[in-house]
Design a protein around this ligand. Structure first.
Ligand code: FE2
Length: 153
C-alpha cells in the first residue's frame, strides 16, 4: 500500500512516527475476528494526545486473507462521526447506538479472499457475524495537516 501511494502522490508516505517517544508505530495488523459492533475509527477521537491525533482524515485498508464462507459482511454507512455522536456510544463498549445510522445510505462489502477494501473509517461501520474464519491484514492511513500520509495499526 505504501509503495502504491508513493508512486501516485507527491507528499511523503511513511509509517507514523511518534516524536515524543522517538519510535515508529506498527502498521500491518493481522486480525482474526468474526464480528464488529457499529463503530468508527478516527485518531482525533481515539488518540488525541498522540501524533496521529493530528490527522485531518483517515482511511482504513483491509486485505482479506481468509473470508467467511457465509456472512461476515462489512457494512459502511454514509455518515461520518461528529463529536456530538459520543452521547450515542453504548456504555462500556466501543459500539454506538443504531439510531445514528437509521436513515443513512449503506454499502455492503462482501468479503472475498484476496480483496482489498478501502474506506473512510470515520464513517460508521460494522461487521456482521459470519460462518468460517475471517482473517484480514489492515492498517490506517492518515492525512497529516501538511498533506503527508502516515500508516499505523
Ligand atoms: Fe473499524
Amino acid at each position: 500500500m505504501a509503495t502504491i501511494l508513493r508512486q501516485n502522490v507527491s507528499n511523503q508516505v511513511q509509517v507514523a512516527y511518534e516524536k515524543e517517544v522517538g519510535e515508529y508505530y506498527f502498521a500491518g495488523l493481522i486480525r482474526h475476528i468474526n464480528v464488529a459492533l457499529l463503530h468508527i475509527d478516527f485518531a482525533q477521537l481515539d488518540a488525541p494526545d498522540w501524533g496521529i491525533g493530528n490527522i485531518t482524515s483517515q482511511l482504513v485498508w483491509n486485505l482479506y486473507v481468509k473470508a467467511p464462507t457465509q456472512g461476515g459482511i462489512c457494512k459502511v454507512y454514509n455518515r461520518q462521526w461528529q463529536p456530538e455522536d459520543e452521547k450515542y456510544k453504548t456504555s462500556g463498549s466501543y459500539g454506538y447506538d443504531y439510531s445514528l445510522i437509521a436513515t443513512s445510505e449503506v454499502k455492503h462489502n462482501i468479503p472475498l479472499a484476496g480483496d482489498l477494501v478501502i474506506f473512510n473509517s470515520r464513517n460508521f461501520h460494522e461487521v456482521l457475524p459470519g460462518i468460517g474464519e475471517r482473517i484480514t491484514i489492515s492498517s490506517f492511513i492518515g492525512k497529516m495537516p501538511g498533506g503527508d500520509l502516515v500508516f499505523w495499526s
